[in-house]
Design a protein around this ligand. Structure first.
Ligand code: DGY
Length: 319
């Protein structure tokens, strides 16, 4: 029996799986675990099941000790994990791709609709008690039919968002490190372009690339200036892909029409200027937040940890 430390609250189904084979020490606090408490708890752990709110770095791996075999992140994104530090210590790192694809694409498309159809503004207006009535020019938004969606990062979530766009009558262009499956590209009628072209032709730009040094502030003042004045920017990937200061300035100056954000540069803090702007829809990192998806994510993370502890290949290692 190995010792598994779970750094935050996860669905019971996953905990049961882990408990069936191992001794589990799971943090049950409503708030994220305090760093010092985590450093103390991981001592002697064979496996860590981590949430994206916890930084898994060399210090933490060393606090766990040389017996540590696996860090199983309950997220597809793994910018909270120092993967080279894991490799140096022979610790396998895993994530949860695939199981949150559709849920995250739903939120991306929800934000596209919120931003282009001004749903948040409408809701705030009604809740504020302000008098209103139907009017020919009241809260006019922008149609999606016939417009172009630019997908930055055409992995599973980008493709699922493109699929939704197609159902709404949109054209799709994408920028990606590699060509996607030609059959999928054909089904979506999606054309691969460079980022510059994507920014200049898209009516909606949706970000789906991983976050790392190569994508830090991928969208800054220059890129925002390259977008159409009538365009919208949506981010369900990771906050620091966008320079938030530049985005707030662009939205204020009308360089782009609007934005929809699920993730933030200094999460959970939201740039104060964004809070003052009406043309940005803001939701609190809800991409994978469905009961089904979170259960699938945690169960996959548990399967990853269990496999490594049994000296088997985990289902979804970080390569
Ligand atoms: C992920 O898995 O990376 C998501 O951001 C979680 O919601």
């Amino acid at each position: 029996m190995s010792r598994v430390v779970v750094t935050g609250r996860i669905p019971e189904a996953a905990l049961e799986k882990l408990r069936a084979e191992h001794e589990v020490d799971a943090w049950t606090g409503q708030d994220s675990i305090d760093r010092d408490e985590l450093l103390r708890r991981v001592a002697g752990a064979d496996a860590i099941v981590s949430l994206l709110t916890e930084r898994i770095d060399g210090e933490l791996l060393d606090a766990a000790g040389p017996q540590l075999r696996v860090v199983a992140n309950v997220a597809v994104g793994y910018d909270n994990i120092d993967v080279p530090a894991c490799r140096e210590r022979d610790v396998v790192a895993t994530n949860t791709p695939g199981v949150l694809t559709e849920a995250t694409a739903d939120i991306a498309f929800g934000l596209i609709l919120m931003a282009t159809r001004r749903l948040g503004e409408g809701e705030r207006l009604i809740r504020s008690g302000t008098a209103w009535k139907w009017g020919m020019f009241f809260l006019l938004g922008s149609s999606l039919q016939g417009k172009t969606l630019g997908v930055v990062g055409m992995g599973g979530i980008g493709q699922a968002t493109a699929r939704r766009a197609k159902a709404f009558g949109m054209e799709v262009v994408y920028q990606s490190r590699s060509e996607i499956d030609p059959a999928v590209a054909e089904e979506l009628g999606a054309r691969r372009v460079e980022l510059d072209e994507l920014l200049s032709v898209s009516d909606v730009v949706s970000l789906h690339c991983p976050y790392g040094p190569a994508t830090h502030h991928l969208i800054g003042a220059e890129q925002l200036a390259a977008m159409k004045e009538s365009a919208y920017l949506v981010n369900t990937a990771r906050g620091p892909i966008i320079d938030e200061e530049a985005l707030a300035a662009a939205l204020r100056a009308g360089l782009i029409a609007g934005a929809g954000l699920d993730v933030y540069e200094h999460e959970p803090r939201v740039h104060p200027d964004l809070l003052d702007l009406d043309n940005v829809a803001l939701v609190p990192h809800l991409g994978s937040a469905t009961v089904e998806t979170r259960t699938a994510m945690a169960t996959l993370a548990a399967d990853n940890a269990i496999a490594v502890l049994a000296r088997q290949e985990p289902p979804t290692p970080i390569r």
